[in-house]
Design a protein around this ligand. Structure first.
Ligand SMILES: Cc1cc2nc3c(=O)[nH]c(=O)nc-3n(C[C@H](O)[C@H](O)[C@H](O)COP(=O)(O)OP(=O)(O)OC[C@H]3O[C@@H](n4cnc5c(N)ncnc54)[C@H](O)[C@@H]3O)c2cc1C
Length: 389
């Protein structure tokens, strides 16, 4: 039987970052995941400025950012027109590479155990996990970072409450220019041409040599257009976004196209002795809102910088002690922002009432004005703010 202080169950982004931070703080830790090499998976594929600022607080930015592809400018198109060239940094990276970069930052004293946890036993002092092959690991605290897998939560009586089924659909693919070596833009945010398109936006950004596309839609996977898109024909993009062609010119979808429907889920009855839930295991977010990674990073940063050292410095691991993490003001603000942003982006993209139409028009005018101002200032050499909306 192995004995450690902290047992991290699940080595996706949340678990790998938590193991890296705990290990670097000298805490005796084990990280358990079925895959030594994290498999290809379609999830978050770029980090924005806010996410990088939270990553910096984890002390792991230096280990992860070199694996990303940095762009410093993003073209913004609304209603098929270029409204702004925004000077914002974005860091493109496949989810697999992101997790593997986090894993590479886990220091050697942390034990990586390849396996699936089948059973968890909790107590006010000691916790025990049993792996599928019968191996047992004991520790003072379990960090549950098992993402969407509900088995362990369910076995513990932790309730997964679905607040929205199939809230949005995310589509990921590579877009390749035809007859040219590259696209005119470094990165592009393309917002829908009409609100009844039921699209949030298309984001094009480089990862290495490839131009990656993430499309977020409020359409069911059975929607006929989604079904056609699944076949990987770029012409289907232009049937719903005809003016996109002005930006991309002739292009084709290269390689696999991934479609995932996303439910919004929160957990209840999770305040237990000996266990803390982080990342998607605690609650999911809408990919169109782009806040899932903020939640993961915030959870791990607060847990490992603020709470873990304090909890381990005193005896016991009762739920009253762990409650401080769930009640943390920064974590609660991050979760609340993520939930409200999901609703806001959906309303902004799909509502057809006059007030929402006016709101969209004002937004378009404001961005267009800001874009013109920025270009004018650049011509006369006045320094520019980033102006992120
Ligand atoms: C399609 C899609 C697109 C997204 N796009 C964005 C985006 O653009 N921006 C953004 O900010 N966020 C985005 N997100 C959200 C973000 O990617 C997730 O919030 C994040 O990946 C969650 O990480 P995690 O570590 O909690 O879970 P995961 O990465 O799912 O990790 C869970 C790990 O637990 C392991 N595990 C499960 N059960 C067991 C067990 N019993 N024993 C041992 N190990 C186990 C699994 O094998 C896995 O390795 C997106 C999500 C999806 C689904």
């Amino acid at each position: 039987m192995r004995q450690v202080d902290v047992i991290v169950v699940g080595g996706g982004l949340a678990g790998s970052l938590a193991a890296a931070m705990a290990g670097r703080a000298g805490i005796s830790t084990a990280l358990i995941d079925p895959h030594r090499e994290f498999p290809e998976d379609f999830r978050c594929e770029k980090l924005d400025q806010l996410q990088v600022s939270i990553l910096q607080k984890t002390g792991l930015a230096g280990a992860i950012l070199p694996a990303t592809t940095l762009t410093t400018e993003m073209w913004i198109a609304r209603f098929g027109r270029l409204v702004e060239i925004r000077p914002v940094p974005q860091y493109g990276i496949s989810y697999q590479s992101l997790v593997m970069a986090a894993r590479a930052a886990v220091p050697p004293p942390v034990r990586f155990i390849k396996g699936k946890v089948d059973q968890v036993e909790l107590g006010p002092e000691r916790q025990r996990v049993t792996l599928h092959d019968g191996e047992i690991v004991e520790g003072r605290l379990i960090v549950l970072a098992t993402g969407l897998n509900n088995n362990l939560r369910e076995s513990l009586g932790i309730v997964r409450r679905e607040i929205a089924h199939a809230f949005s659909t995310a589509v990921g693919f590579d877009l390749k220019p035809v007859g040219r070596s590259g696209f005119a833009f470094p990165a592009l945010g393309y917002y829908p041409e009409r609100s009844d398109d039921r699209l949030a936006y298309l984001s094009l950004f480089p990862i290495g040599e490839a131009m990656r596309a993430n499309l977020f839609a409020y359409r069911d996977l059975r929607d006929p257009w989604m079904q056609r898109l699944r076949d990987g024909n770029a012409a289907d993009l232009f049937t719903v976004m005809p003016r996109l062609r002005q930006f991309t010119a002739d292009c084709e979808i290269a390689g696999d196209i991934r479609l995932r429907s996303v439910d919004l889920v929160v957990t209840e009855k999770h305040r237990r002795d000996g266990i803390v839930l982080v990342g998607d295991a605690f609650g999911t977010s809408c990919p169109a809102a782009g806040t899932g990674t903020n939640k993961v990073l915030t959870d791990v940063e607060r847990l490992c910088n603020v709470y873990l050292p304090a909890w381990l410095a005193t005896p016991g691991m009762k739920s009253e002690k762990i409650a401080a993490f769930y009640d943390d003001a920064v974590k609660q603000a991050s979760d609340a922002y993520s939930a409200s942003r999901a609703i806001q982006v959906r309303s902004l993209s799909t509502e057809t009432s006059l007030s929402w139409k006016l709101f969209r028009l004002c937004r378009f005018a404001a961005q267009y004005g800001r874009g013109r101002l920025r270009r004018g200032r650049a011509l006369v050499g006045v320094p520019l703010g980033d102006g992120a909306a």
